[in-house]
Every structure is written in structure tokens, then in C-alpha cells.
Design a protein around this ligand. Sequence first.
Ligand code: MN
Length: 452
Amino acid sequence: MVKLAASLRDWLAFLESEGKLKTISKEVNLKFEMPALIKKLDGKSAVKFKQPKGYDIPVVSGLAYDRDLFAKALDTNKGGIAQKISEYQKQPLPCRVVPKEDAPVMENININDVDLLKFPIPIHHLKDAGQYITAGLLICKDPETGKRNVSIHRLQIFSKNEMGVLILPRHLWHCYMKAEKKNQPLDVAIVIGVDPILLLASQTIVPLGVDELEIANALKGGEQRLVKCQTVDLEVPAEAEIVLEGKLLPKVRKVEGPFGEFPKYYGPASEKPVIEITAICHRDNPIYHTILPATKEHLLLGGLAREATLYEMIKQTVPTVKDVHLTFGGVCRYHAVISIDKKHEGEAKNAMFAAFASMQEIKHVVVVDTDVDIFDMEEVEWAIATRCQMAQDSMLVSGSLGSKLDPSTKDGISDKMGIDATCPLDAPPEQYETIKIPGYDEIDLANYIDKE
Ligand code: MN
């Protein structure tokens, strides 16, 4: 059994052993050509580029592109991912800090002459403002409490030691504001090249003060080792490929963007905070990871973590919730499908309220009975087609806060709609009796079709 959880290298070895890693030895241009190839393989295979043109560092992408792979990484099954994450994000486990001699990421330390441009950082989409780091875990500490925080941000390369960063008003923003108020820089470390569990843990929706690295450690059964940074007061995963140490500068803003984002539209250019790099550490023969925006790898990372929180929220009001699904068509943010084992009329609508309240990005919600496979959108559509009458089974609210990246909103002000596609409890049993063929499940086709 491959050690799935420990590092990017272990994960790549696992993918290779399963035939799920394609290798490209041909020289490939970082600008558009590599992203085009990643997109062609999206949802089919992970990919390793051995020769990015002009660089001697390989690039990997599409590390976990479907639910089965994430389930493998988490040692669960496809239907148990949300439940597993929601269970473990409630019990963070402190990480062991090892000396730098035991930390592969400290095999090469560069403090005096930092150069971001030596890494093969792609230009992904037509109107992107430049090279972007897309798979960097940004680690910081709350300047008041000292609690660690981890999140992923798009990072535009400005020069060999400067990057622009998009910070939405979540935890990093709070930490940065606390430092900026005192006119102090905020220490940060950007970690590139980690395993899927670390990536997933960085996306969990937990309160400020809960350390996402400790959630990763809990999910890994205590195997997440950290090492101290060289120029900033932070700890980073010891098995990472690359660590960029630096400072978020107070009172400095520069134009960042536009950038092709997860909803498949561009996020606009505007003035953003700036990170100055103070050190670069990396393993021998480092591997660079890029996430192509809007691919299944990208959407699932955000989606699975959100499903865990969604599941938890709905469970509080409808305890019989079975599973939740943020669909690819809804960019794993805007569309939720929820299955409940309905015991009381009205529970479907309560599940919708919980879903809308759980996160502002959720826009359309469909609630179905447990006989519908919510991961099969054809079945979900069938439930909508045959189990609801919209005048009574839909709910429409205008003027709520949605996603600013949804171009149909007015600066994020959005309508919300819920559809109750569950069968009424008082319907006569024959009204919703589905057609069945006796013996269907027992029949094995291979025993019937002529052998060639
Ligand atoms: Mn956080």
C-alpha cells in the first residue's frame, strides 16, 4: 500500500501505480500550451510535464480530479467525503515540528538572492495579467492571537521578489488588517507542492483561530510534520516541494488582475496588497504544482470542503439529511443538491433555508428523496421533472448576497431559488411507484451475451 497522505511525491507514485498519471516529455510552453494540455486531460488523468520550455523544473497538475481520488486520499468512499471532513474538522490535532535537517523542503535555502522567475509558473488564460501561482497554500499567524491560518490565493508575479495577492474578506484579510493597523508587515509563507489532503484541509470552512494544518494532521492520523521557516516566524509542511517566505507589506497596493477564475469568467483588475519575498526554500529536484482555474481539480477542492460545512448545517435542522452535492455545472459553489429521508412535510424547505444560510455563494438548491442518486444529474433532473409542481414546490427570494464572481449578479446581489423535488408524504403509494423488472439486479450480462 502506497503511503497516500505524506507528500506530493507519495501521491504521484500512487497515481502512477493506478495508471492515472500521464507524462509529457515533449518540450511545452508555459504560456497557454501547458494550460491547454491540462484542460484536455481534465477529469481524465493527472499530468506531469517533464520539460517546461526554458526551465529544468517539472510541473504537475490535475492531482485529484474526481471524487474517487479524493475518497482514496481520505481513506473513505465517494459518498462519505463530506461526513469525514465534517467529523475531522471538529478535532484538529497539533502537528509535530521537526529540525530542518529532517525536513526535505529545507534541502535548499536561498535568502540573499531570491528569484521567483526560476520556477515554471504558467500563464493560464487569454486575458490573465501575467504568470500566476495558483496552488500555493498561504500560511500566516493572527498577529494578536498567534493562531495559524492557511488559505489559497491567486498570486500574480510582479518581479523576481514581488507578488500581488487577491485577499477576500476572510481570515487572511483579518490577520492582514490587524498588522496593517499597526503599520507592520504580516509574515507569510507560500507552500507549493503538497498532497491532496493538505490542499483540501486548506479549504475547510472553520472559524478564524482554527488551524487548517491541524485539520490536515487529524485527517492524516498525526503524520503531518512541520518545520520552522528561515526568515519569518512560521512553520510549514516539512515534505513540501517549495516554500516562498515573505511579508505582506502594510499600506502598499498595486494593480493585480484580470485573472480567469473558477466560474469560467475573468475576475477584474484592481489594487491589491503586495507580498515581498525574503527567502525561497525547496527540495532537491523540486516539482512545481499548478492548478488550472475552473478544472475539476480546482472546483472539487473548494466544493468538497464546502459540502462538509453544508452537510453539517443541514443536519442541524433536518437530522435525516443523507448527502449533499455541489455540482460541477454549478462550479461546485452555486448549485446544491440535497437528499433527505423526509419524515415531515416541510423539511425540504427547511433544508433549503439551512443551505442558503450556510454560505453566500449557494444560489439554487434542489432537495430530493434518498432513492435519487444526487451525484447523477440525470436522476436529479428526473426528480425535478416528475416530483414537483413549481408554483407550490419552489421558493424564490430576491436581493440576497451571492457571489461577486457570478456575472449575472449586481456586485454580488443575487436571487436564490429552492426546488422541492421530494414526493409528498401523503401521496397514495401507487402514485410514485417506479417501474421495476423482477430479477434485474441479479442478472449478469456477461453470462448472456455471445462470446466472440
Ligand atoms: Mn482559516
